[in-house]
Design a protein around this ligand. Structure first.
Ligand code: OXD
Ligand code: MN
Length: 596
């Protein structure tokens, strides 16, 4: 689809953005060394104590550039309807004009880096290539970790492979058009931000932010928004899912992909330490899975990423010891706190906060400061290869054959701990109706449902109704016996007093064990209005302190509460008009009939 040569694109972009220098990146150790030294020198990076945290760095962002900016994220398809009611749409010609004016001279005085990268192992039929142009060395280093940066990618593109042009500028030139200089900062960015996607030409243009998914364009922009469009066109699925291998005490392996909205503990589940003896979880990915039918009619999944970009707060020896181990070295930390001996800290790393810290804004901090030392969205960026529980297949070009798909939200009510779909179509309905109750005023009205279908709300690059139909179509193309079984899980149900009913974390293995036993047809399930529930006696609850009442509560299907939820789903589905698959309306009718 991309007819442009990389060379021509780089030349055109340089003409537009006017950098002082162009560097073609290759992902080498020498490049890492050179750029880390540059960033330490200019103050963007603080080198952490090499004895405590070898080859690791702390970056502090501008306080106005700390997260993905969903309201500044745009899908620019020719027809507004193709972006659908869940996306911010802009006319592609209008947006290109605007972006050209913003990018004009935006790299003056800076170096423009050209970063050829692969999402997925180079050589995998499921991998896709991209080239990111950026004026941020922080982005280049993060791309080293998060993707496979290599000259081989450039050679393959020059030999004719498809690629996605991904253009990024922090939007902070060091000179204006008259040559008048502005002072540099340690985190250059622009108050105006645009994260724009052009699904008809597979292009990404990102302006004004240096942070995370706004700037590391292989991640949400390419692997999900553009990826979902490529998947629709080519017959595969680009998903916001973790990917793990579960191994039973008998040595049987199950590959599981799981979609959860952001901030529902995906990284914790991807690195789960089972509490049940003999069970093992090995990690393949914590955020994104690319899933495609293979020649045998099964779904195979790869993790297109090569690193973790995990949320630091709440990650500690109790909640996720594997993540803590993973980031002992070779890690970029962003917006965490600094200890007096040159190491990092964040809320939840240890039970007790150190007496003295430098907080994420660079100010002196003590537990009496009354505010968090690390930003709530502070991050660690580290290679998958450093994860002690990494699965041997993480880098395999063939990926893994999927056995089960899990959908989870953060639901205090209604949704049981685990429920199995009756069939593929019902499973797609479960995915389409994922939601979380709002827990903070900042998210909306507390207690109302935030819909996050397939956990893809901010990440689907086309009309969400068409995306559901695509899921239905992919399932229809598989032999029924080959289709992964679909389950809904909910670790967050609460009792009447607002207390969590389920301990979560490592204890979630008990749910995975039941799922594995279902996959092996070892246990029956009981039908309910919303799907197949476990027979309580089949759950392994050995050593778990949970009362019969709590167990009953966690599996209660309250028909009247579910009817109210079905009404909300009717309202929600109406937004999609003619793009709502009839199968989804039929599933909603089945639900209503079952509840009656
Ligand atoms: C993420 C997210 O950062 O989903 O992975 O927000
Ligand atoms: Mn995510």
């Amino acid at each position: 689809m991309t007819v442009l040569s990389v060379e021509q694109w780089v030349a055109d972009t340089a003409k537009l953005t006017q950098p002082s220098d162009i560097v073609w990146c290759n992902g080498s150790d020498a490049e890492w060394l050179e750029l880390t030294e540059l960033l330490v020198e200019n103050g963007t990076f603080i080198r952490l104590n090499p004895e405590l945290r070898p080859n690791s760095y702390l970056a502090r962002t501008d306080p106005a550039d700390v997260a993905r900016v969903e309201d500044r994220t745009f899908i620019c398809s020719a027809n507004e309807e193709d972006a659908g009611p869940t996306n911010n749409w802009r006319d592609p010609l209008w947006m290109k004009d605007l972006l050209r004016s913003l990018f004009k001279g935006s790299m003056r005085g800076r170096t423009m880096y050209v970063v050829p990268f692969s999402m997925g192992p180079i050589g995998s039929r499921q991998a896709r290539f991209g080239v990111e142009i950026t004026d941020s060395p922080y982005v280049v280093l993060s791309m080293h970790i998060m993707t496979r940066v290599s000259t081989e990618v450039l050679n393959l593109i020059n030999a004719g492979a498809e690629w996605v042009p991904a253009l990024h500028s922090v939007g902070a030139p060091l000179f204006d058009e008259n040559g008048i200089a502005s002072a540099d900062t340690t985190w250059p960015c622009n108050v105006e931000k645009y994260i724009a996607h052009f699904p008809e030409s597979n292009e990404i243009w990102s302006f004004g932010s240096g942070y995370g998914g706004n700037a590391l364009l292989g991640k949400k922009c390419m692997s999900l928004r553009i990826g979902s469009v490529l998947g629709r066109n080519e017959g595969w699925l680009a998903e916001h899912m973790l990917l793990v291998k579960l191994t039973s005490p008998k040595g049987k392996n199950f590959h599981i992909a799981a979609a959860f909205p952001s901030a529902c503990g995906k990284t914790n589940l991807a690195m789960l330490r089972p509490t049940l003896p003999g069970w093992q979880v090995s990690t393949i990915g914590d955020d994104i899975a690319w899933i495609a039918p293979d020649a045998e009619g099964r779904l195979r999944a790869i993790n297109p990423e090569a690193g973790f970009f995990g949320v630091a707060p709440g990650t500690g020896m109790k909640t996720n010891p594997v993540a803590v181990e993973t980031m002992r070295s070779n890690t970029i930390f962003t917006n965490v706190a600094l200890t007096p001996d040159g190491d990092v800290w964040w809320e939840g790393l240890t039970d007790e906060a150190p007496a003295q810290l430098t907080d994420w804004t660079g100010k002196s901090w003590s537990p009496a400061s009354g505010k968090p030392a690390a930003h709530p969205n502070s991050r660690f960026t580290v290679s998958l290869s450093q994860c002690p529980t990494i699965d041997s297949a993480w880098d395999s070009p063939e990926g893994v054959a999927l056995d089960a798909i899990l959908f989870g939200g953060r639901r205090a009510t209604n949704v049981p701990l685990v429920v199995e779909s009756r069939d593929w179509d019902h499973g797609v309905f479960m995915g389409a109706t994922i939601s979380s109750e709002q827990t903070a005023a900042a998210e909306g009205v507390v207690g109302t449902l935030r819909r996050d279908p397939f956990a893809m709300l901010p990440f689907c690059g086309y009309n969400m109704g068409d995306y559901w139909q695509h899921w239905l179509n992919v399932g229809r193309g598989l032999k029924p016996s080959n289709r992964p079984r679909i389950f809904q899980v909910n670790w967050f149900r609460k009792d009447a007093n607002g207390k969590f009913l389920w301990p979560g974390f490592g204890e979630n293995t008990r749910v995975l064990e039941w799922i594995a036993r279902r996959l092996e047809n070892e246990v029956e399930a009981q039908e309910s209005a919303i799907g197949n529930l476990p027979i309580i006696a089949d759950l392994n609850l050995d050593g778990l302190e949970i009362t019969d009442q709590q167990l009953a509560d966690i599996f209660t299907v309250d028909a009247s509460a579910w009817s109210q939820e079905a009404d909300l789903t009717t309202e929600y589905f109406a937004k999609f008009g003619a793009h709502l698959p009839t199968t989804m309306s039929r599933q909603l009718e089945i639900l209503r009939k079952n509840l009656a």
